[in-house]
Write a protein that binds this ligand. Structure first.
Ligand code: UDP
Length: 406
Protein backbone atom coordinates (compact mmCIF):
# COMPACT_ATOMS: atom_id res chain seq x y z
CA UNK A 1 0.00 0.00 0.00
CA UNK A 2 1.44 3.43 -0.91
CA UNK A 3 2.95 5.59 1.82
CA UNK A 4 2.67 9.35 2.02
CA UNK A 5 6.06 9.96 0.46
CA UNK A 6 4.90 8.12 -2.64
CA UNK A 7 2.56 11.03 -3.42
CA UNK A 8 5.37 13.60 -3.59
CA UNK A 9 5.85 13.37 -7.34
CA UNK A 10 2.20 13.93 -7.97
CA UNK A 11 1.35 16.73 -5.53
CA UNK A 12 4.69 18.18 -4.47
CA UNK A 13 6.89 17.86 -1.38
CA UNK A 14 5.32 20.85 0.41
CA UNK A 15 1.89 19.21 0.50
CA UNK A 16 3.32 16.17 2.28
CA UNK A 17 5.28 18.35 4.72
CA UNK A 18 2.14 20.28 5.53
CA UNK A 19 0.31 17.04 6.40
CA UNK A 20 3.12 16.09 8.79
CA UNK A 21 3.07 19.49 10.48
CA UNK A 22 -0.70 19.39 10.94
CA UNK A 23 -0.65 15.85 12.28
CA UNK A 24 1.71 16.95 15.08
CA UNK A 25 -1.37 18.52 16.70
CA UNK A 26 -3.15 15.17 16.72
CA UNK A 27 -0.45 12.65 17.68
CA UNK A 28 -2.05 9.67 19.38
CA UNK A 29 -5.57 11.04 19.10
CA UNK A 30 -8.06 8.26 18.51
CA UNK A 31 -10.52 8.70 15.65
CA UNK A 32 -13.21 6.12 15.04
CA UNK A 33 -14.96 5.92 11.67
CA UNK A 34 -18.23 4.03 11.52
CA UNK A 35 -20.18 3.29 8.33
CA UNK A 36 -22.40 0.49 7.09
CA UNK A 37 -20.36 -1.46 4.58
CA UNK A 38 -16.74 -2.49 4.24
CA UNK A 39 -16.99 -2.79 0.47
CA UNK A 40 -19.02 -1.18 -2.30
CA UNK A 41 -19.72 2.50 -2.75
CA UNK A 42 -17.75 5.66 -2.30
CA UNK A 43 -17.59 5.80 1.51
CA UNK A 44 -15.88 2.43 1.86
CA UNK A 45 -13.64 3.32 -1.06
CA UNK A 46 -12.29 6.39 0.74
CA UNK A 47 -11.99 4.79 4.18
CA UNK A 48 -9.82 2.01 2.79
CA UNK A 49 -7.14 4.61 2.02
CA UNK A 50 -7.85 7.33 4.56
CA UNK A 51 -7.53 5.13 7.65
CA UNK A 52 -4.02 3.76 6.86
CA UNK A 53 -2.73 7.24 5.96
CA UNK A 54 -4.08 8.75 9.19
CA UNK A 55 -2.31 5.95 11.04
CA UNK A 56 0.91 6.64 9.17
CA UNK A 57 0.62 10.23 10.40
CA UNK A 58 0.50 9.02 13.99
CA UNK A 59 -3.23 9.15 14.67
CA UNK A 60 -4.94 6.16 16.19
CA UNK A 61 -7.48 5.84 13.35
CA UNK A 62 -9.98 2.99 13.43
CA UNK A 63 -12.91 1.83 11.33
CA UNK A 64 -15.96 -0.19 12.39
CA UNK A 65 -18.94 -1.31 10.33
CA UNK A 66 -22.43 -1.34 11.82
CA UNK A 67 -24.32 -4.64 11.53
CA UNK A 68 -27.97 -5.06 10.74
CA UNK A 69 -30.48 -7.41 9.14
CA UNK A 70 -32.54 -7.22 5.99
CA UNK A 71 -35.18 -4.87 7.43
CA UNK A 72 -32.52 -2.50 8.73
CA UNK A 73 -30.90 -2.19 5.31
CA UNK A 74 -34.26 -1.80 3.57
CA UNK A 75 -35.07 1.08 5.93
CA UNK A 76 -31.65 2.71 5.52
CA UNK A 77 -31.96 2.39 1.75
CA UNK A 78 -35.36 4.12 1.91
CA UNK A 79 -33.83 6.85 4.07
CA UNK A 80 -31.00 7.23 1.57
CA UNK A 81 -33.44 7.53 -1.34
CA UNK A 82 -35.74 9.93 0.54
CA UNK A 83 -32.87 12.19 1.57
CA UNK A 84 -31.85 12.33 -2.07
CA UNK A 85 -35.41 13.56 -2.71
CA UNK A 86 -36.60 10.35 -4.38
CA UNK A 87 -39.94 8.76 -3.65
CA UNK A 88 -39.48 6.52 -0.60
CA UNK A 89 -41.22 6.49 2.73
CA UNK A 90 -39.93 5.88 6.22
CA UNK A 91 -42.33 5.64 9.15
CA UNK A 92 -41.65 6.59 12.76
CA UNK A 93 -41.69 2.83 13.50
CA UNK A 94 -39.04 2.25 10.85
CA UNK A 95 -36.85 4.94 12.34
CA UNK A 96 -37.30 3.43 15.81
CA UNK A 97 -36.20 0.08 14.34
CA UNK A 98 -33.08 1.75 12.94
CA UNK A 99 -32.32 3.18 16.38
CA UNK A 100 -32.89 -0.23 18.02
CA UNK A 101 -30.45 -1.82 15.55
CA UNK A 102 -27.93 0.90 16.37
CA UNK A 103 -28.41 0.09 20.07
CA UNK A 104 -27.82 -3.61 19.43
CA UNK A 105 -24.41 -2.60 17.99
CA UNK A 106 -23.34 -0.79 21.17
CA UNK A 107 -21.56 -3.90 22.44
CA UNK A 108 -19.52 -4.45 19.24
CA UNK A 109 -18.71 -0.85 18.43
CA UNK A 110 -16.95 0.78 21.33
CA UNK A 111 -17.71 4.47 21.25
CA UNK A 112 -14.59 5.34 23.21
CA UNK A 113 -12.45 7.37 20.80
CA UNK A 114 -11.54 11.05 21.06
CA UNK A 115 -13.38 11.72 17.82
CA UNK A 116 -16.33 9.60 16.71
CA UNK A 117 -16.65 10.09 12.96
CA UNK A 118 -20.00 8.66 11.89
CA UNK A 119 -20.72 8.29 8.17
CA UNK A 120 -24.22 8.70 6.73
CA UNK A 121 -27.60 7.84 8.29
CA UNK A 122 -27.19 4.11 8.98
CA UNK A 123 -25.11 4.43 12.20
CA UNK A 124 -26.52 7.84 13.18
CA UNK A 125 -28.05 6.52 16.43
CA UNK A 126 -24.67 5.62 17.90
CA UNK A 127 -24.65 9.23 19.10
CA UNK A 128 -26.88 8.08 21.96
CA UNK A 129 -23.55 7.02 23.49
CA UNK A 130 -22.28 10.57 23.53
CA UNK A 131 -21.30 11.73 26.95
CA UNK A 132 -17.62 11.22 27.63
CA UNK A 133 -16.06 14.52 28.53
CA UNK A 134 -13.96 16.07 25.80
CA UNK A 135 -15.07 13.53 23.21
CA UNK A 136 -16.33 14.96 19.90
CA UNK A 137 -18.95 13.48 17.61
CA UNK A 138 -19.01 14.37 13.91
CA UNK A 139 -21.68 13.30 11.44
CA UNK A 140 -20.16 12.97 7.99
CA UNK A 141 -22.93 13.12 5.40
CA UNK A 142 -22.09 11.94 1.88
CA UNK A 143 -25.63 12.43 0.56
CA UNK A 144 -27.08 15.29 -1.46
CA UNK A 145 -29.43 16.86 1.10
CA UNK A 146 -30.52 19.79 -1.04
CA UNK A 147 -34.12 18.57 -1.53
CA UNK A 148 -34.80 15.85 1.06
CA UNK A 149 -38.28 14.47 1.68
CA UNK A 150 -39.29 16.64 4.60
CA UNK A 151 -40.94 14.00 6.78
CA UNK A 152 -37.84 11.78 6.61
CA UNK A 153 -35.41 14.62 7.25
CA UNK A 154 -37.60 15.64 10.22
CA UNK A 155 -37.01 12.20 11.76
CA UNK A 156 -33.25 12.44 11.28
CA UNK A 157 -32.55 16.06 12.04
CA UNK A 158 -32.90 15.90 15.86
CA UNK A 159 -30.31 13.11 15.82
CA UNK A 160 -27.96 15.06 13.58
CA UNK A 161 -28.20 17.97 15.99
CA UNK A 162 -26.99 15.79 18.88
CA UNK A 163 -23.59 15.74 17.14
CA UNK A 164 -21.00 18.44 17.74
CA UNK A 165 -20.49 19.07 14.02
CA UNK A 166 -21.58 17.88 10.59
CA UNK A 167 -19.61 17.61 7.36
CA UNK A 168 -21.10 17.88 3.87
CA UNK A 169 -19.48 17.29 0.48
CA UNK A 170 -20.72 20.36 -1.37
CA UNK A 171 -22.22 23.73 -0.44
CA UNK A 172 -25.60 22.87 -2.00
CA UNK A 173 -25.93 19.77 0.22
CA UNK A 174 -25.84 21.68 3.47
CA UNK A 175 -29.15 22.11 5.37
CA UNK A 176 -30.10 24.49 8.18
CA UNK A 177 -28.71 23.03 11.42
CA UNK A 178 -28.07 24.25 14.93
CA UNK A 179 -24.58 22.68 14.97
CA UNK A 180 -21.36 23.69 13.23
CA UNK A 181 -20.92 22.59 9.66
CA UNK A 182 -17.85 21.96 7.53
CA UNK A 183 -17.65 21.53 3.77
CA UNK A 184 -15.17 18.89 2.64
CA UNK A 185 -15.25 17.30 -0.79
CA UNK A 186 -14.29 13.65 -1.11
CA UNK A 187 -11.32 12.52 -3.16
CA UNK A 188 -9.69 9.71 -5.08
CA UNK A 189 -6.37 8.05 -4.50
CA UNK A 190 -4.20 8.47 -7.62
CA UNK A 191 -1.96 5.58 -6.55
CA UNK A 192 -4.67 3.06 -5.80
CA UNK A 193 -5.13 0.05 -8.01
CA UNK A 194 -8.27 1.70 -9.36
CA UNK A 195 -6.56 4.88 -10.47
CA UNK A 196 -2.89 4.15 -11.15
CA UNK A 197 -1.61 4.38 -14.72
CA UNK A 198 -2.09 1.18 -16.71
CA UNK A 199 -0.10 0.11 -19.74
CA UNK A 200 -2.04 -0.96 -22.83
CA UNK A 201 -1.19 -4.63 -22.30
CA UNK A 202 -2.40 -4.46 -18.69
CA UNK A 203 -5.72 -3.05 -19.90
CA UNK A 204 -6.04 -5.79 -22.49
CA UNK A 205 -5.21 -8.47 -19.95
CA UNK A 206 -7.70 -7.14 -17.37
CA UNK A 207 -10.50 -7.00 -19.93
CA UNK A 208 -9.76 -10.26 -21.74
CA UNK A 209 -12.45 -12.28 -19.89
CA UNK A 210 -15.25 -10.00 -21.11
CA UNK A 211 -15.48 -10.47 -24.85
CA UNK A 212 -15.19 -6.73 -25.58
CA UNK A 213 -13.94 -5.33 -28.87
CA UNK A 214 -11.27 -2.82 -27.88
CA UNK A 215 -11.21 -1.41 -31.42
CA UNK A 216 -14.88 -0.42 -31.32
CA UNK A 217 -16.04 2.82 -29.64
CA UNK A 218 -16.95 1.96 -26.07
CA UNK A 219 -19.32 3.78 -23.72
CA UNK A 220 -18.78 2.80 -20.08
CA UNK A 221 -20.73 3.43 -16.90
CA UNK A 222 -19.33 1.97 -13.67
CA UNK A 223 -21.84 2.03 -10.83
CA UNK A 224 -23.63 -0.09 -8.29
CA UNK A 225 -26.85 -1.44 -9.80
CA UNK A 226 -29.09 1.18 -8.25
CA UNK A 227 -32.16 2.97 -9.69
CA UNK A 228 -30.59 6.31 -8.90
CA UNK A 229 -27.63 5.52 -11.18
CA UNK A 230 -30.20 5.07 -14.00
CA UNK A 231 -28.57 2.12 -15.81
CA UNK A 232 -31.72 1.61 -17.90
CA UNK A 233 -31.54 5.27 -18.95
CA UNK A 234 -27.94 4.65 -20.03
CA UNK A 235 -29.13 1.79 -22.25
CA UNK A 236 -31.81 4.05 -23.79
CA UNK A 237 -29.20 6.73 -24.54
CA UNK A 238 -26.86 4.15 -26.04
CA UNK A 239 -29.66 2.91 -28.32
CA UNK A 240 -30.12 6.43 -29.71
CA UNK A 241 -26.35 6.76 -30.30
CA UNK A 242 -26.27 3.35 -31.92
CA UNK A 243 -28.72 4.50 -34.62
CA UNK A 244 -25.87 6.60 -36.08
CA UNK A 245 -22.62 5.22 -34.69
CA UNK A 246 -21.53 1.61 -34.33
CA UNK A 247 -20.48 1.32 -30.70
CA UNK A 248 -20.71 -0.87 -27.63
CA UNK A 249 -21.93 -0.22 -24.11
CA UNK A 250 -20.48 -1.58 -20.88
CA UNK A 251 -22.44 -1.35 -17.64
CA UNK A 252 -20.20 -2.62 -14.89
CA UNK A 253 -20.95 -2.79 -11.23
CA UNK A 254 -21.48 -4.83 -8.17
CA UNK A 255 -24.02 -5.03 -5.46
CA UNK A 256 -23.26 -3.35 -2.13
CA UNK A 257 -24.03 -5.43 0.96
CA UNK A 258 -26.13 -2.58 2.36
CA UNK A 259 -28.35 -2.34 -0.75
CA UNK A 260 -31.27 -4.79 -0.94
CA UNK A 261 -32.58 -3.34 -4.24
CA UNK A 262 -29.63 -4.10 -6.47
CA UNK A 263 -30.76 -7.58 -7.57
CA UNK A 264 -34.05 -6.16 -8.89
CA UNK A 265 -32.29 -3.36 -10.74
CA UNK A 266 -29.82 -5.80 -12.26
CA UNK A 267 -32.74 -7.90 -13.52
CA UNK A 268 -34.31 -4.84 -15.20
CA UNK A 269 -30.98 -3.95 -16.79
CA UNK A 270 -30.57 -7.46 -18.16
CA UNK A 271 -34.08 -7.31 -19.64
CA UNK A 272 -33.38 -3.97 -21.32
CA UNK A 273 -30.07 -5.29 -22.68
CA UNK A 274 -31.31 -8.70 -23.72
CA UNK A 275 -31.41 -8.47 -27.50
CA UNK A 276 -28.19 -6.55 -28.14
CA UNK A 277 -24.83 -8.35 -28.14
CA UNK A 278 -23.05 -4.98 -28.00
CA UNK A 279 -24.40 -4.30 -24.51
CA UNK A 280 -22.20 -5.88 -21.88
CA UNK A 281 -23.61 -6.08 -18.37
CA UNK A 282 -20.71 -7.00 -16.13
CA UNK A 283 -21.47 -8.03 -12.57
CA UNK A 284 -18.10 -7.57 -10.97
CA UNK A 285 -17.21 -8.62 -7.45
CA UNK A 286 -16.03 -6.05 -4.95
CA UNK A 287 -12.32 -5.38 -5.14
CA UNK A 288 -12.27 -5.57 -8.95
CA UNK A 289 -10.21 -2.42 -9.02
CA UNK A 290 -7.94 -3.32 -11.92
CA UNK A 291 -10.98 -4.16 -14.03
CA UNK A 292 -12.67 -0.84 -13.20
CA UNK A 293 -9.46 1.04 -13.92
CA UNK A 294 -9.06 -0.78 -17.24
CA UNK A 295 -12.69 -0.21 -18.25
CA UNK A 296 -12.49 3.50 -17.51
CA UNK A 297 -9.22 3.76 -19.44
CA UNK A 298 -10.48 1.69 -22.38
CA UNK A 299 -13.67 3.79 -22.63
CA UNK A 300 -14.14 6.19 -25.52
CA UNK A 301 -16.70 7.99 -23.36
CA UNK A 302 -17.45 7.52 -19.66
CA UNK A 303 -21.05 8.12 -18.63
CA UNK A 304 -22.55 8.83 -15.23
CA UNK A 305 -26.22 9.30 -15.94
CA UNK A 306 -27.38 9.36 -12.32
CA UNK A 307 -30.82 10.66 -11.37
CA UNK A 308 -29.45 11.66 -7.97
CA UNK A 309 -25.87 11.55 -6.81
CA UNK A 310 -23.75 12.19 -3.77
CA UNK A 311 -20.41 13.60 -4.77
CA UNK A 312 -19.96 11.09 -7.59
CA UNK A 313 -16.54 9.50 -7.24
CA UNK A 314 -16.82 7.64 -10.53
CA UNK A 315 -16.87 11.06 -12.18
CA UNK A 316 -13.67 12.05 -10.38
CA UNK A 317 -12.07 8.78 -11.45
CA UNK A 318 -12.98 9.30 -15.10
CA UNK A 319 -11.77 12.91 -15.10
CA UNK A 320 -8.47 11.85 -13.54
CA UNK A 321 -8.01 9.41 -16.41
CA UNK A 322 -8.50 12.24 -18.88
CA UNK A 323 -11.65 10.71 -20.31
CA UNK A 324 -14.43 12.43 -22.26
CA UNK A 325 -17.23 12.43 -19.70
CA UNK A 326 -21.00 12.71 -20.07
CA UNK A 327 -22.68 13.11 -16.69
CA UNK A 328 -25.99 14.28 -15.28
CA UNK A 329 -26.04 17.67 -13.66
CA UNK A 330 -27.07 16.30 -10.24
CA UNK A 331 -25.54 16.17 -6.76
CA UNK A 332 -21.82 16.88 -6.65
CA UNK A 333 -21.31 16.41 -10.39
CA UNK A 334 -21.68 20.09 -11.42
CA UNK A 335 -19.10 20.93 -8.75
CA UNK A 336 -16.63 18.69 -10.57
CA UNK A 337 -17.64 19.35 -14.15
CA UNK A 338 -17.97 22.72 -15.77
CA UNK A 339 -20.05 22.11 -18.88
CA UNK A 340 -18.02 22.07 -22.09
CA UNK A 341 -14.80 22.65 -20.12
CA UNK A 342 -14.25 19.44 -18.11
CA UNK A 343 -16.96 17.33 -19.71
CA UNK A 344 -20.56 17.51 -20.93
CA UNK A 345 -23.46 17.75 -18.50
CA UNK A 346 -26.80 16.27 -19.45
CA UNK A 347 -30.39 16.37 -18.20
CA UNK A 348 -32.16 13.62 -20.14
CA UNK A 349 -31.75 10.40 -22.11
CA UNK A 350 -31.74 12.36 -25.36
CA UNK A 351 -29.32 14.97 -24.01
CA UNK A 352 -26.93 12.26 -22.89
CA UNK A 353 -27.10 10.58 -26.31
CA UNK A 354 -26.42 13.89 -28.05
CA UNK A 355 -23.38 14.53 -25.83
CA UNK A 356 -21.98 11.03 -26.40
CA UNK A 357 -22.33 11.50 -30.16
CA UNK A 358 -20.46 14.82 -29.96
CA UNK A 359 -17.52 13.06 -28.31
CA UNK A 360 -17.56 10.03 -30.59
CA UNK A 361 -17.63 12.29 -33.64
CA UNK A 362 -14.85 14.54 -32.38
CA UNK A 363 -12.13 12.75 -30.38
CA UNK A 364 -9.97 15.94 -30.25
CA UNK A 365 -12.78 17.78 -28.45
CA UNK A 366 -13.02 14.90 -25.95
CA UNK A 367 -9.26 14.80 -25.43
CA UNK A 368 -9.14 18.55 -24.71
CA UNK A 369 -11.93 18.38 -22.13
CA UNK A 370 -10.35 15.26 -20.65
CA UNK A 371 -7.08 17.07 -20.12
CA UNK A 372 -8.88 19.96 -18.38
CA UNK A 373 -10.68 17.46 -16.19
CA UNK A 374 -7.48 15.78 -15.12
CA UNK A 375 -5.92 19.07 -14.01
CA UNK A 376 -9.09 20.02 -12.13
CA UNK A 377 -8.88 16.75 -10.17
CA UNK A 378 -5.13 17.15 -9.58
CA UNK A 379 -5.74 20.49 -7.87
CA UNK A 380 -8.95 19.74 -6.01
CA UNK A 381 -9.94 16.13 -5.58
CA UNK A 382 -6.90 14.03 -4.71
CA UNK A 383 -6.56 12.21 -1.41
CA UNK A 384 -3.86 14.48 -0.02
CA UNK A 385 -6.16 17.55 -0.10
CA UNK A 386 -8.88 15.51 1.59
CA UNK A 387 -6.48 14.26 4.26
CA UNK A 388 -5.39 17.81 5.02
CA UNK A 389 -8.99 18.94 5.44
CA UNK A 390 -9.78 16.02 7.76
CA UNK A 391 -6.76 16.87 9.91
CA UNK A 392 -7.91 20.49 10.08
CA UNK A 393 -11.41 19.30 10.93
CA UNK A 394 -10.22 17.10 13.79
CA UNK A 395 -8.04 19.90 15.15
CA UNK A 396 -10.89 22.37 14.87
CA UNK A 397 -13.45 20.21 16.68
CA UNK A 398 -11.05 19.07 19.39
CA UNK A 399 -10.07 22.62 20.20
CA UNK A 400 -13.46 24.15 19.42
CA UNK A 401 -11.44 26.38 17.14
CA UNK A 402 -12.32 28.06 13.93
CA UNK A 403 -10.83 26.10 11.05
CA UNK A 404 -9.84 29.28 9.22
CA UNK A 405 -7.76 30.70 12.06
CA UNK A 406 -5.57 27.63 12.49
N1 UDP B 1 -17.33 1.01 -7.43
C1 UDP B 1 -16.72 -0.22 -7.29
N2 UDP B 1 -17.38 -1.32 -7.76
C2 UDP B 1 -18.60 -1.23 -8.31
C3 UDP B 1 -19.22 0.03 -8.44
C4 UDP B 1 -18.55 1.15 -7.98
O1 UDP B 1 -15.61 -0.34 -6.79
O2 UDP B 1 -19.15 -2.24 -8.69
C5 UDP B 1 -16.60 2.17 -6.93
C6 UDP B 1 -16.44 3.28 -7.93
O3 UDP B 1 -15.30 3.05 -8.74
C7 UDP B 1 -16.30 4.46 -6.99
C8 UDP B 1 -17.25 4.10 -5.86
O4 UDP B 1 -17.34 2.69 -5.85
O5 UDP B 1 -15.00 4.54 -6.49
C9 UDP B 1 -18.63 4.68 -6.06
O6 UDP B 1 -18.67 5.97 -5.56
P1 UDP B 1 -19.70 7.03 -6.09
O7 UDP B 1 -19.52 8.27 -5.29
O8 UDP B 1 -19.59 7.17 -7.58
O9 UDP B 1 -21.13 6.38 -5.84
P2 UDP B 1 -21.83 5.66 -4.59
O10 UDP B 1 -21.75 4.20 -4.91
O11 UDP B 1 -21.09 6.03 -3.35
O12 UDP B 1 -23.24 6.17 -4.65
Amino acid sequence: MPLLDDYKDMVGQSVIEELRVLSEHLKGASIKNVNSTAVGGGVAEILHRMVPLLRELGLDARWDVIKGGERFFQITKNIHNALHGADASVSADDFEYLLETNRSNFDNIACDCDVMFIHDPQPIGLVENKGREGQKWIWRCHIDLSVPKKEVWDLLKPYVERYDSAVFSAPVFSPELSIRQFLISPSIDPLSEKNRELARDEIERALSPFNLDLEKPMIVQVSRFDYLKDPVGVIESYKIVKENIDCQLVLAGGTATDDPESEIVLEKVREAAADDPDIHVLLIPSGSDTIINALQRAASVVMQKSLREGFGLTVTEALWKGKPLVASAVGGIPLQVKHRYHGLLCHSVEGAAYAVKQFLNSPEFGARLGENGREHVRHNYLLTRHLKEYLLLFIAVRHDADIITL
